[in-house]
Design a protein around this ligand. Structure first.
Ligand code: TEU
Ligand code: CA
Length: 546
């Protein structure tokens, strides 16, 4: 086994608390619910759990609008429940990572309330990005920036005299005011938050919008287009003045120093939607430990595209001596079991509705299983999103009136938003809410077909996606695939991506038809049933290297 720090080859499982398990039947998942299901994660074989936000919040962006960074929202439980979850996980050999949201708070945060109640120019206002408007009476926003969730990125406030006054910046929803990172008080406050959770024993932080925080001096207007930046940061010649500013790295270095005060290999993981070369800057030796590799997530199911994504990701990270991470799904993107099931090329949209082009569920699952096997054979660490071990598809027929993602309202109902990947997990096929909780309540409706995907329908079933994940994690550990180094194998048919890693030959056939493979190859694990000498289309197989 590798003697490197745990995180270099870890498999980390993302729990989205509101959709994982509900302990009290109110239809919203909670921390005691997570604790009650830890056995499932231990049996799956993951090294760590990353918890999406569970902090006090008015929940306008499912908790990514934080009103208090150092407590638990009563919706999810108490700090004691958090401690129980963490000690339970630790006893089962799993670490716990929490989410930290430094670009913005909730408008319910006491500091923002104080800022609103204080006059322009006050110390309270200086905690956030307040500016005077343009135009004769300040009636125009300070810049032309748009919010990631659509609409303007600025909202005008009413001052104490009852008149319209300054504007505040929110790169996301208007309920998520951006912190002013030019203010040292903001730095101090966040370092205290880091210490609060480190003292409680967390193994690290997933840093939300790690490329945000600092905005370019003078707040220049921007002619670029945000949608294309998110889809392909390399494509945009105009770099946004509110993302990926050099000053971000000073904050990260400050945080790394705090982390370094603690023992136990704690980590910082960047969520930064930036171009791959810039991404490597987030994992320089004195910065974060990891950054999500969205290049792999965005790659099409195509051998050349996958090979390119893998090669450049590893090469980019090699320039700074950092290991790579791999990820296929999270709470912001269409689940890969559906994303890979589109017959046509789709950009990475953030939601599908009943009237949109639908993915092929069977094809999507077949490719998803293969893409997962490929991912889990790559050196570095891998991130899994709850439900993907069940092969769960995106829910594409949510009733529009059940949608909760702020994008849906802010886009004037032109973008569905991300609710389709956030539908509560099915645990038991024949129970109310499919075992999500003790009642039939579920904050987003679960489709009837979720029964087929339930944990109890797949556990110990030969060929089920759950058993595939369990075997894959065990085999990955056995062969230390997370700690190896890949060597491409070029002697396969077009449409195939193949490489050796630590004595395992990984062959992914992205084409629709079977390809022949040497008959002496001995399969250890495959995404679909394989016969000697042949590998079916849309599949991946791990063989012993010969
Ligand atoms: O996401 C950051 C981000 O910019 C994208 O993932 C974005 O939310 C998505 O593409 C919009 O369509 C993080 C969190 O993961 C996300 O859930 C939050 O909503 C967002 O930050 C704001 O905190
Ligand atoms: Ca609950």
């Amino acid at each position: 086994m590798s003697t490197e720090p745990w995180w270099k080859h870890a498999v980390v499982y993302q729990v989205y608390p509101r959709s994982f398990a509900d302990s009290n039947g109110d239809g919203i998942g909670d921390l005691p619910g997570v604790t009650s299901r830890l056995e499932h994660l231990a049996r799956l074989g993951v090294d760590a759990i990353w918890l999406s936000p569970f902090y006090p919040s008015p929940q306008h962006d499912a908790g990514y609008d934080v009103a208090n960074y150092r407590d638990v929202d009563p919706l999810f439980g108490t700090l004691a429940d958090f401690d129980d979850l963490m000690s339970g996980a630790n006893e089962l050999g799993m670490r716990v990572i929490v989410d930290i949201v430094p670009n913005h708070s909730s408008w319910d945060h006491p500091d923002f309330k104080a800022a609103l109640a204080s006059p322009p120019g006050s110390a309270e206002r200086a905690m956030y990005m307040f500016e005077n408007g343009k135009g004769e009476h300040g009636e125009l926003p300070p810049t032309n920036w748009s919010s990631v969730f659509h609409g303007p990125a600025w909202t005008r406030v009413t001052e104490a005299d009852g008149k319209l006054g300054q504007w505040y910046l929110h790169l996301f929803d208007s309920s998520q005011p951006d912190w002013n990172w030019k203010n040292p008080a903001v730095h101090e406050d966040f370092k205290n938050t880091l210490r609060f959770w480190l003292d409680r024993g967390v193994a690290g932080f997933r840093v939300d919008v790690a490329h945000g925080m600092v905005k370019a001096d003078g707040l220049p207007d921007w002619q670029g287009d945000l949608t294309s930046v998110m889809a392909d940061p390399r494509a945009n010649i105009h770099k946004p003045p509110f993302f990926n500013q050099p000053g971000v790295h000073d904050i990260i270095r400050e945080w790394r120093k705090v982390i370094n005060e603690y023992d136990g290999d704690r980590i910082l993981v960047a969520e930064a939607w930036v171009d791959p070369l810039s991404l490597a800057n987030y994992v320089r030796p004195d910065e974060m430990h990891q950054a999500f590799n969205f290049t792999y997530l965005k790659a099409k199911w195509d051998s050349a595209a996958l090979r390119a994504a893998i090669t450049t990701s590893i090469a980019d990270n090699d320039t700074v001596g950092a290991p790579t991470t791999w990820v296929l799904s999270n709470h912001d993107v269409i689940r890969h079991a559906s994303r890979l099931g589109f017959a046509i090329d789709v950009k990475l949209p953030d939601g599908i509705g009943a009237t949109d082009e639908q993915p092929d569920r069977e094809l999507g699952l077949q490719r998803a299983r293969a893409a997962t096997l490929l991912m889990l054979s790559l050196p570095g660490s891998a991130y899994l999103y709850q439900g993907e071990e069940l092969g769960l598809p995106e829910v594409t027929d949510l009733p529009d009136d059940s949608r909760q993602d702020p994008t849906w309202e802010r886009s004037g109902h032109t973008e569905r938003g991300r609710d389709g990947c956030r539908v509560p997990i099915p645990w038991a096929s024949n129970s109310p809410s499919f075992g999500f909780g003790p009642s039939s309540n579920s904050w987003l409706p679960q489709p009837a077909y979720f029964a087929e995907y339930a944990v109890d329908a797949q556990a110990n079933e030969d060929g089920s996606t759950l058993e595939l994940y369990r075997s894959a994690l065990a085999t990955r550990r056995q062969h230390d695939l997370g700690g190896g180094k890949i060597e491409w194998a070029d002697d396969f048919a077009p449409g195939v991506a193949a490489f050796h890693n630590n004595g395992v030959l990984v062959v992914a056939n992205t084409s629709a038809v079977a390809v022949s493979v040497p008959t002496e190859l001995q399969a250890i694990l495959s995404s679909t049933a394989v016969e000697t000498g042949s590998l079916p289309g849309n599949s991946c197989c791990w063989y012993l290297s010969v």
